[in-house]
Design a protein around this ligand. Structure first.
Ligand code: BG6
Length: 474
């Protein structure tokens, strides 16, 4: 049976974006280059040597200049929370300098002013796929342990500057995606097919230590801050009931769960150590010291956050071609429909994952990304204003939110829900603007043309009603 969804009064409804996908102004305000400035095709093609004019992220949706107008639109929907990231290279243009860039810091002061003005709680991602390019090129990103120190300095700067105004912090966006997209996720310049397992696992260890170090600093500088980890949550189903498929699915799931196991429990799980052994590696080969392990043990997270777009299958018994899907990909599920980009749609999987995470970690959960990337058609609305009749997006979000309600009824503690790309932005995987997620349409196209005007879609009013009724209108 399905229960009418009941959300707690404190439930944080909102939406999410990332700096590199909305801000633009890639070389303004003293900002240094980030890896995104040489990724004009997202993860679909190798990086370029230098920034190229076809990179949509250079202007993105011009949030850098239009943040006040945009946050006012989010407020009009009744947003309780707005998740955004801070562009590391605005604060430390190279990443390894001693002093931060004041102009970059001042920009986020202004963003926070607007959030405060509208009573919107900020949820800040410290690192969202925008490692300073200099750190990628000079250190090969997170494969180098010196990044831990640079990240600590960056995180301390943010806590000191914004700590009195920000309660919710996420250390790394989708930390587990480094397994699949080493440059975008880990700032690792070495091409994926040339990257050794040792270097990949070293990068993972360094990021986990940096996350714990940031948590330690937050406890010292802003004791009331709540620190969360963030992973791609993709339930992995066995393709058939064959026990070998079940085991294959469990192993694939472990590869994702390992990250939050460390964040939450403070120790590397046995299955992870086994994977290392099978690669001929031990923790010490990754440069792990006793101090690192103590840091991981002592500075665990307050909550677990995740993105949820889809589930996948796994099999050890059949030859099946991996399907499309978010950064992870995976074996397609024959029972599910897919989006225009081949991402399979599975609302029930969200309830499954909420229960799995709650049962496993007993930490409050925060859904910080969910949504449908779709092509939208601009039409003239009844009031004469341009709009999009995006019933498909409403259906997707409603179906998922109903499952969140189910999980809450199952006893899971869920802090909030932020839809991905609440305002249209540049896609992370494909770098397109035509892959739209927003309640707000931004007039900009894949060829860079467009006025950058903002228009409310049908889903804008729908979400406004969902928030105003605290989910009762679902
Ligand atoms: C997540 C990322 O992987 O999914 C976002 O955290 C990203 O940055 C989102 O935009 C949707 O993916 P895409 O590739 O459709 O933009």
């Amino acid at each position: 049976t399905t229960t009418a969804p009941t959300f707690p009064e404190t439930f944080l409804w909102g939406g999410a974006v990332a700096a590199n996908q909305v801000e633009g102004a890639y070389d303004e305000g003293g900002k240094g280059l980030s890896i995104q400035d040489v990724m004009p095709r997202g993860i679909m093609a190798p990086r370029t040597d230098a920034p190229t004019p076809d990179n949509l992220k250079h202007e993105a949706i011009d949030f850098y200049h239009r943040y006040a107008e945009d946050i006012a639109l989010l407020a009009e929907m009744g947003f309780k929370v707005f998740r955004f990231s801070i562009a590391w290279s605005r604060i430390f243009p190279l990443g390894d300098e001693a002093e931060p860039n004041e102009e970059g810091l001042a920009f986020y002061d202004r963003v926070l002013d607007e959030c405060e003005k509208h009573g919107i709680e900020p949820l800040v991602t410290i690192s969202h796929y925008e490692t300073p390019l200099h750190l990628a090129e000079t250190y090969d990103g997170w494969t180098d342990r010196r990044l831990i120190g640079f990240y600590e300095r960056y995180a301390r700067t943010l806590f000191e500057r914004y700590g009195s105004r920000v309660t919710y912090w996420l250390t790394f966006n989708e930390i587990n995606s480094v397994l699949h997209a080493p440059l975008m996720s880990g700032g690792i310049n070495t091409p994926k097919n040339e990257l050794s397992r040792k270097d990949l696992y070293t990068a993972i260890h360094n990021e986990l230590v940096a996350s714990a170090a940031a948590t330690r600093i937050a406890r010292e500088v802003v004791p009331e801050a709540l620190i969360g980890c963030m992973v791609i949550a993709t339930p992995i189903y066995p393709l058939t009931p064959d026990p070998r498929d079940v085991l294959a699915a469990m192993k694939a799931d472990h590869a994702n769960l390992a990250f939050s196991d460390v964040h939450v429990r403070g120790v590397y799980p046995g299955y992870f150590l086994r994977t290392l052994r099978e690669e001929g590696l031990e923790l010490s080969d990754l440069g792990a010291t006793e101090e690192d392990l103590a840091l991981l043990r002592e500075h665990t997270v307050d909550f677990v956050s995740f993105s949820y777009y889809m589930s996948v299958c796994e099999t050890a018994t059949q030859e099946v071609e991996a399907g499309e899907g978010n950064i992870m990909g995976g074996v397609p599920n024959p029972t599910l429909e897919a989006s225009q980009w081949g991402w399979q749609i599975d609302p029930v999987g969200l309830r499954v994952v909420l229960n799995q995470f709650w049962d496993r970690w007993n930490k409050p959960l925060f859904i910080v990304e969910n949504g449908l990337g779709a092509r939208d058609e601009l039409v003239t609305g009844p009031d004469g204003e341009p709009t999009v009749v995006d019933d498909y997006r409403i259906d997707y979000l409603r179906d998922h939110l109903i499952q969140v309600g189910e999980a809450i009824a199952d006893g899971v503690t869920v802090l909030g829900y932020t839809t991905w790309g609440c305002i249209d932005c540049v896609s992370a995987s494909t770098a397109q603007l035509s892959k739209r997620y927003g309640f707000i349409y931004v007039d900009r196209n894949d060829d860079g043309s467009g006025t950058l005007e903002r228009y409310r879609k049908k889903s804008f009013d729908w979400y406004k009603e969902v928030i105003a009724s605290n989910g009762a209108s679902l």
